[in-house]
Design a protein around this ligand. Structure first.
Ligand code: NAP
Length: 259
C-alpha cells in the first residue's frame, strides 16, 4: 500500500508506531515541513521520508496529520496534484465539508484517534459522508490500533473530548490525587499514583461495571465513601463545565478556520 503521510507529530507517530506491528510501512511516504520529524519517524517505523511532494504520484490515500490551523498552509504545499486522492484526516474540530473545501478534494474520511493507539489499546472513531463506501476497509485497518467505530460526524465531534482528549483527563486526575498528599517526595508519590492508575486499568478487563468496581473499594460508613460523597457534590458540575469549555473552544476554532 502506498500512503502519503502529511505531518509527523505526536499523533501520527502514535498511529504509525501502532500500525507497524502488523503492517508493512515500507511504501509509506512521510512529509513534514521541517523534514526532521518526517525523517526521524520514517527511520523509526520503517517508512520513507520525502522532501518534495511533486515526486509523489498517485498514492492509494493521503493521511492528513497536521493541526487544523496548519491545513491552509498544507494545501499550499500540496498544490493541485492530489485533488483526486482520498484524504484520511485526523484533524479535530474542523468539519468534513470544510476540510474538503480547503483541500480542494472530493473524498475524505475523518478519523479521531487517541494516543493509546501506539500500544494498540486506542479508540479510533471514523466518519464520512463523501466516502461512505470506503469506511469499512478503514475501520478494519484502524481496528488494529484498538477499537475502531464508525459514527456520524456529529458523534465524532462530540466524543472527541471523551476519547481523543480523555487520556489527558485521567493523567490530570492522577496528578491532582498525588498532589493531595504530603508524605514522601512529589516524584515518589507520582510513582505510587501511576501504579494505582495502572492497577486500576487492569481491573477493567473484567465484566464488572464501573459502579460495581467502585463498590468493591468502598464500604458503608468507611473512609473511601466519605471522599467520594464529597466529590459527588462537585465533580459532575466541574466535569460538565470543563467539557463545555472544550466545546466552546472547538466552536471558536471552527469559526476561526472558516474565515
Ligand atoms: N495529540 C492528540 O492526542 C490528538 C488526539 C486526536 C486528534 N489529534 C489531531 O492530530 C493532529 C496533530 O496533532 P499532534 O498533537 O500530533 O500535533 P503536532 O505534534 O504538533 O504535529 C503536527 C505535525 O504537523 C506537521 N505540519 C505542520 N504544518 C504542515 C504542513 N503545512 N504540511 C504538512 N505537515 C505539516 C508538523 O511538521 P514539523 O514536525 O515539521 O513541525 C508536525 O509534524 C491535530 O489535527 C489534532 O487535532 C491529536
Amino acid at each position: 500500500m502506498r500512503v502519503l503521510v502529511l505531518g509527523a507529530g505526536k499523533m501520527v507517530d502514535a498511529i504509525l508506531t501502532g500500525l507497524r506491528k502488523t503492517e508493512n510501512l515500507s511504501e509509506w511516504m512521510i512529509y513534514s515541513p521541517s523534514g526532521t520529524s518526517a525523517s526521524r519517524l520514517a527511520g523509526k517505523v520503517g517508512a520513507r521520508a520525502v522532501t518534495e511532494l511533486t515526486a509523489v504520484k498517485n498514492p492509494d490515500w493521503v493521511l492528513v496529520g497536521c493541526k487544523p490551523q496548519q491545513l491552509r498552509e498544507l494545501r499550499g504545499t500540496l498544490g493541485d496534484g492530489f485533488g483526486e486522492s482520498l484524504f484520511v484526516s485526523i484533524l479535530a474540530a474542523l468539519p468534513e465539508a470544510d476540510q474538503l473545501r480547503i483541500l480542494g478534494a472530493k473524498d475524505l474520511i475523518r478519523v479521531m484517534p487517541n494516543l493509546p493507539v501506539q500500544f494498540n489499546e486506542g479508540i479510533v472513531l471514523l466518519s464520512s459522508a463523501s466516502s461512505k463506501g470506503r469506511l469499512s476497509s478503514f475501520q478494519t485497518l484502524f481496528s488494529k490500533l484498538g477499537q475502531a467505530l464508525v459514527v456520524e460526524e456529529a458523534a465524532l465531534d462530540e466524543l472527541t473530548l471523551l476519547t481523543g482528549s480523555g487520556p489527558a483527563f485521567f493523567y490530570e486526575f492522577a496528578q491532582t490525587l498525588g498532589n493531595s498528599f504530603s508524605a514522601l517526595a512529589v516524584e515518589e508519590r507520582e510513582k505510587l499514583v501511576r501504579q494505582v492508575l495502572k492497577g486500576s486499568a487492569r481491573s477493567l478487563a473484567g465484566k464488572e461495571s464501573l459502579e460495581e468496581m467502585i463498590g468493591a473499594v468502598t464500604s458503608k460508613g468507611g473512609v473511601t465513601i466519605a471522599v467520594l460523597e464529597h466529590l459527588r457534590t462537585q465533580l459532575p458540575k466541574l466535569m460538565g463545565d470543563g467539557i463545555e469549555a472544550g466545546r466552546e473552544r472547538a466552536r471558536e476554532l471552527r469559526a476561526l478556520l472558516r474565515n
